[in-house]
Design a protein around this ligand. Structure first.
Ligand code: SAH
Length: 460
């Protein structure tokens, strides 16, 4: 049997019309039905591209020249956009980003979950989709005796030089990273070197509460010892009164994971504070905290609207992190149970309940897929369940437990439309109907899509 041949050869140049876009933001052009994926090309454009990787069913191309430009193309304002890879959509108008995210959710729900009857709402976007990130983690390296910081060049571990800002990050975090870099450089604190696994300073993390202006600095080191730490702390805290917490995190592994196991407070509090709506949160170095505070408020208000609480309900918040959604809902519910796998986050959740004088919450450490069946066995029957799982979606055991608990409503917050669709299909099969699907743009300029979905139990 003849193997089907790809209609292009490696290094061949072709001119194509682009009609679609992938989840990662690459343009899709077709040659007799055979797709070529090319970064930085938009639907509606005609472009000359070179095939750089050719497979049986698809090819990856490199853009050589745009021949017909889309009206939605914009000049990326970041001067390292094409090198960095942290953002994927800066060359696209913001309206097109929002439309594309809505379209993606709709397509995947139809394709994977066969949900045809619900229309996906227009994506809720930001008025000013820049400078939104409350946290930045930047690698440190040594360049000819000087300490440098910057994100890695796409698909590499080379730091992009001359990168003095990240325009999706809050300005204060840029300033703090530069302050730490320059003080550490003056003091001669050695940068970590990945090749030799020697040196000290691996990453600088800065996280700032948008509403409180309190900054936490985390210095990620290979060694337990951080040389010149006293001078570093003195200079930082004397110059920057917004710094409320300086943390050292020790990561001795050869790994891409940024934070290591050991965390110690070098100066100030172990926490910084922030508020979302009326609720105040204490945030520690290792806790998950949503990175876009303005849109978090939009998302949580949608969760509250979909939960439709009247004061008498029992609610479960699965994958609750530091209890953000739980506390947001608690005021309108009789009781909220939260479950989360990171013990430090549950500690924070309990503290956060106390901090806000909230007494109708209960937080449990554990895997949601184990704790939910246990709760079911204990006879817990919530009226509403909120789930906010990581990218891989809900575990089957958790979906089974939800179906057994039979809540009236399920509010599913998802950061991955594909696993959302897979899980919705299972919940629909189990007697629920998808009623509302609302994408919220938590990560402008990037291809990440966040969606909140309301499911109601069908009573027949
Ligand atoms: N709802 C929270 C956190 C969402 S992020 C918020 O809005 O801030 C997802 C959370 O799920 C993370 O805190 C992560 O630690 C947690 N998690 C991951 N796997 C889990 C599991 N199997 N069981 C419980 N929690 C888990």
């Amino acid at each position: 049997m003849n193997k089907p041949q790809a209609p292009v050869k490696k290094n061949q140049t072709v001119t194509l019309n682009f009609e679609d876009i992938t989840h990662e933001g690459s343009g899709v052009g077709k040659l007799d039905g055979y797709p070529l994926f090319v970064e930085n090309v938009l639907p509606g454009e005609t472009a000359k591209v070179k095939a750089i990787k050719v497979k049986k069913n698809y090819a990856i191309g490199k853009l050589l020249e745009i021949e017909t430009e889309s009206a939605e193309r914009v000049t990326p304002p970041c001067n390292v956009y094409f090198q960095c890879g942290g953002c994927q959509l800066q060359h696209m108008s913001y309206q097109m980003q929002l439309d594309m995210k809505r379209q993606q959710v709709e397509t995947v729900l139809k394709k994977i979950a066969h949900i045809e009857s619900v229309s996906v709402e227009p994506t809720l976007g930001m008025e000013d989709p820049w400078r939104y990130r409350n946290k930045v983690q930047i690698p440190v390296a040594n360049k000819q005796g000087e300490l440098i910081t910057g994100f890695y060049r796409k698909k590499s571990h080379d730091i992009i030089e001359g990168m003095d800002r990240c325009i999706i990050t809050a300005e204060v975090n840029d300033r703090m990273v530069e302050a730490v870099r320059s003080i550490a450089d003056q003091l001669g604190i050695p940068a970590y070197d990945e090749q030799s696994h020697r040196g000290v300073l691996r990453h600088i993390m800065a996280r700032t509460g948008q509403e409180t202006d309190q900054t936490m600095i985390v210095l990620v080191t290979r060694t337990n010892e951080l040389p010149h730490k006293k001078q570093l702390i003195k200079q930082l805290t004397e110059t920057y009164p917004n710094v409320k917490s300086i943390i050292q995190n020790v990561n001795q592994e050869r790994t891409n994971v940024i934070l290591g196991k050991r965390t110690l407070c070098l100066w100030g509090d172990e926490y910084i504070y922030d508020t979302i709506g009326e609720i105040k949160f204490a945030i520690s170095a290792k806790s998950f905290y949503q990175i876009n505070p303005d849109q978090t408020k939009v998302l949580y208000e949608k969760a509250l609207e979909y939960a439709n609480l009247t004061g008498g309900e029992t609610v479960i918040d699965a994958y609750c992190g530091i209890g953000t959604i739980s506390l947001f809902l608690a005021e309108k519910a009789k009781k909220v149970y939260g479950v989360e796998v990171v013990p430090e986050a549950i500690e924070d959740a309990k503290q956060n309940a106390i901090l806000n004088g909230i007494t109708n919450t209960e937080f449990v450490v554990g895997q949601a897929e184990k704790v939910m069946p246990w709760w079911t066995a204990q006879g817990l029957r919530p009226d509403v369940i909120v789930v906010d799982p990581p990218r891989k979606g809900c575990d089957q055991a958790l979906l089974d437990a939800m179906l057994e608990m039979k809540p009236d409503r399920i509010v599913y917050v998802s950061c991955n439309p594909s696993t959302l669709a897979r899980d919705l299909a299972i919940l629909e099969e189990g007697g629920y109907q998808t009623q509302k699907v609302q994408p919220v743009d938590m990560f402008p300029q990037t291809s990440h899509v966040e969606t909140i979905t309301l499911l109601c139990r069908q009573t027949t």
